[in-house]
Design a protein around this ligand. Structure first.
Ligand code: APR
Length: 198
């Protein structure tokens, strides 16, 4: 099914940004090297932890660049809706504080090898629930980091396949989201994702 759908895709390598752009009927997918905190999009996705506290990697960078407002909203969520923590694979939205992005969608990726074989399902759920939140908030653009591929140890090539599958499955359902950006810290991670996406 995915292969048939991909016949409707076109792709180019932008000579200026070296970003690999894939266009579909529904939305464009932009794959690029960059810092997730610097993305000018409606929402950036945070590779959060269940406690919605600060951390290292993407999480640390987003809280540092976004300032205390994001943290206060996370604290409020912890004290109300998510007293037992945000479940792995689920997403929640907060304002983006000082970020260019108006919103942050926090999602908790699986820790590789620690979910009794449910890692694929849980990682897919991160992308799916984040895109659903973007849709329900009528957002037009969203930027994802490579969830779970840092501290949580998910191999990048396997994670790329999962993310790409979800994006393809979700595309026909998207009404407001017009741009999905995949943002990678370095060229190697970006290539791995692109290879997985082919
Ligand atoms: N922009 C884009 N990508 C980044 C950035 C950034 N500023 N910082 C890190 N990355 C990349 C990493 O290289 C990695 O490939 O994002 C990917 C995800 O890495 P992590 O941030 O470690 O996320 P994850 O593996 O999901 O682990 C989440 O880490 O900091 C803690 O509190 C967090 O417990 C949670 C865990």
């Amino acid at each position: 099914m995915a292969a048939r759908r991909r016949e409707n895709w076109d792709s180019i390598l932008d000579p200026k940004t070296q970003a690999f752009r894939m266009f579909s009927m529904a939305a464009r997918i932009l794959v690029q090297v960059g810092d997730i905190t610097q993305q000018k999009v409606d929402a950036v996705v945070n590779a959060a932890n269940r406690e919605l506290t600060g951390g290292s990697g993407v999480n640390g960078a987003i809280h540092k660049a976004g300032g205390p407002e994001i943290y206060h909203f996370c604290e409020e969520l912890r004290a109300t809706r998510y007293r037992d923590g945000l479940p792995t694979g689920q997403s929640v939205i907060t304002p983006g504080g000082k970020l260019s992005a108006k919103w942050v969608i926090h999602t908790v990726g699986p820790k590789y090898g620690q979910h009794d074989g449910k890692e694929v399902e849980l990682l897919a759920s991160c992308y799916q629930t984040a895109l659903e939140l973007a849709e329900s908030h009528k957002l037009e653009s969203i930027a994802f980091p490579a969830i779970s591929t840092g501290v949580y140890g998910y191999p990048s090539d396997e994670a790329a396949k999962v993310a790409w599958q979800v994006i393809q499955d979700m595309l026909p359902k998207l009404k407001s989201v017009k741009e999905i950006r995949m943002v990678f810290f370095d060229e190697r991670a970006k290539r791995t994702w692109e290879d997985g996406a082919r």
